[in-house]
Write a protein that binds this ligand. Structure first.
Ligand code: DHB
Length: 311
């Protein structure tokens, strides 16, 4: 029997597939649906210090090749998610989870992380350095100096397992610079990639989402090559103790297989989950297992990171 089990840091998961933050994770009801599905884990909607309504609707649209969104960080406030995952982890058979967090300012981020540090929460934390949709707030991870400063401050007090959600980078020099910064810190994982920021989709003569005159984060088929490149670039550059979560353009077992081949230890599903619902996890798991059977692989370790190059 082939296994799609995996681990991130000391945390084990029966399946490597899970939701991507932002999709199907805004409420306890949605999170409970992922918990009950074939997914190996869930990550919560990125929680801020206070609850937020987010941007005006329509703020998400499916397109032929994926999706565009400018949600604007609507969420119930990080306490809502912290309380829920802390409650779940008390059950002996609970899956392990990821709590996604970020403040609207550096000060808020530290307030949130210090609260989590002092709480009973013991699972993984994902610090989101890559939200592209809040007007007037550039993505943190495109500013290397600020990123370095935040991580340096965070790791002065935060001792629980922490990873970061990254935006896509598009230049080899940026992969080198970013990796050199991340390698200075005891990160448990990096998650590549968030949406490709600030695309524009038009139908007839009009934009398809309302915020920011139609500009929004792109997901789905459009982004898979960029996602795979980021996963592999960081797999090549990061200390082996920093694992990679692969996110972007996964709608089939083949897509998940490619992410793992590029070095991903876990694979997240965003647009396809939004379009198909939590049944997507069982379908893609079966497709991934079928590929593994065909190739004679029994575990993800048999092919993780073993991408072939042309000599
Ligand atoms: C939102 C979008 C993101 O890509 C993200 O990382 C966080 C929040 C949003 O618009 O809600």
């Amino acid at each position: 029997m082939v296994s799609t089990a995996t681990h991130i840091g000391d945390f084990t998961f029966d399946n490597c597939l899970m939701n991507a933050a932002g999709v199907y994770c805004m409420t306890k009801e949605e999170l409970a649906d992922i918990e009950a599905s074939a997914a190996g884990s869930f990550v919560t909607k990125t929680g801020t210090l206070e609850a937020r309504l987010g941007n005006p609707e329509p703020r998400y649209a499916d397109t032929q090749l994926g999706s565009i969104n400018s949600m604007g960080l609507p969420n119930q406030g990080f306490h809502y998610y912290l309380d829920y995952v802390t409650e779940l982890q008390k059950a002996p058979d609970s899956k392990n989870h990821f709590l996604s967090l970020v403040g609207m300012s550096q000060e808020e981020t530290h307030t949130i992380l210090k609260t989590v540090q002092e709480s009973d929460y013991e699972d993984l934390v994902e610090l989101n350095l890559s939200c592209p949709n809040v007007p007037g707030k550039p993505q943190i991870a495109y500013d290397f100096e600020t990123t370095d400063q935040i991580l340096s401050q965070v790791f002065s007090y935060f001792t629980k397992p922490l990873g970061i959600k990254l935006p896509p980078y598009f230049d080899i020099a940026h992969f080198d610079l970013a990796a050199a910064i991340f390698n200075k810190y005891p990160l448990t994982f990096v998650n590549c990639i968030n949406s490709v920021g600030n695309g524009l989709v038009i139908e007839d003569e009009t934009v398809v989402i309302k915020p920011k005159n139609g500009f929004g984060g792109i997901g789905g088929d459009y982004v898979k090559p960029t996602a795979l490149a980021n996963v592999h670039a960081f797999y090549q550059r990061l200390n082996p103790s920093i694992q990679i979560i692969g996110t972007g353009g996964v709608k089939s077992g083949r897509d998940a297989f490619e992410h793992i081949l590029c070095g991903a230890s876990m694979v997240q599903i965003g647009t396809a989950l939004h379009q198909e619902g939590p049944a997507v996890f069982e379908r893609i798991t079966k497709e991934l297992q079928a590929i593994m059977v065909e190739k004679g692989y029994q575990t993800l370790e048999d092919f993780r990171g073993k991408l072939n190059y042309i000599d």
